[in-house]
Design a protein around this ligand. Structure first.
Ligand code: COA
Length: 166
């Protein structure tokens, strides 16, 4: 029987293998040298802010949020966001985004950073800053470095090096 609905759930340790397989299929081995990956290296995602989409028992999408620092301030990095090919365009990405952003806001975070396509992420509240206002540990197109403020003053004085959380 084909199941065509999905549910968004908190990520569990048992989801890890399916998520890693999905990352490999979607991004390949080059993913490990990307700027965002370097910010996550050795730092576990926040389990309270990372979610999966499941259709029945099948994992069809994932979003992970990981603590970082920007110019010394605590922040959170969103990514990877990924949906299995046969579920693309059916709302799982948007549901994962909305759920994780709401959870980050609820947890008291001020700002979310990601490296991605502004046309997709803009409607969720992500915006560009000045080019290189935030620097990353590897080259990234400044037009793809996006932040989502979660508090009124989150962007005041925001800038500097994005770094791994200690
Ligand atoms: C990007 C991705 C997570 C979106 O998830 P999804 O479940 O397919 O997206 P949704 O169904 O929630 O939303 C689909 C909408 O987003 C749009 N969209 C998808 N990718 C887009 C992109 N890169 N830029 C702009 N719009 C995009 C679709 O055109 C569609 O628009 P519509 O609602 O007006 O028809 C998914 O396509 C994916 O896994 N891509 C490969 C991995 C990837 O690139 N991840 C992002 C890394 S930054």
């Amino acid at each position: 029987m084909k199941i065509d609905s999905f549910t968004v759930l908190a990520e569990q340790p048992a989801d890890d293998a399916a998520i890693e397989a999905l990352h490999e299929i979607s991004f390949g081995p080059g993913r490990f040298v990307r700027a965002a990956s370097l910010l996550r290296e050795g730092v576990p995602q926040d389990p309270a802010l990372s979610f999966v989409a499941k259709s029945g028992e099948r994992l069809i999408g994932s979003v992970r949020l990981t603590p970082i620092r920007i110019g010394g301030r605590p922040a959170i990095l969103l990514g990877p966001l990924v949906v299995v090919p046969d579920w693309k365009g059916r709302g799982a990405g948007k549901s994962l985004m909305r759920t994780s952003i709401a959870a980050a806001r609820e947890a008291g975070h001020a700002v979310i950073l990601l490296v991605g396509d502004e046309p997709y992420y803009g409607p969720f509240g992500f915006q560009r800053l000045q080019p290189y206002q935030i620097t990353l540990p590897a080259p990234a197109d400044p037009a793809r470095v996006l932040v989502c403020p979660l508090t009124d003053d989150a962007l005041e004085g925001l800038g500097g090096a994005a770094e791994r959380a200690a």
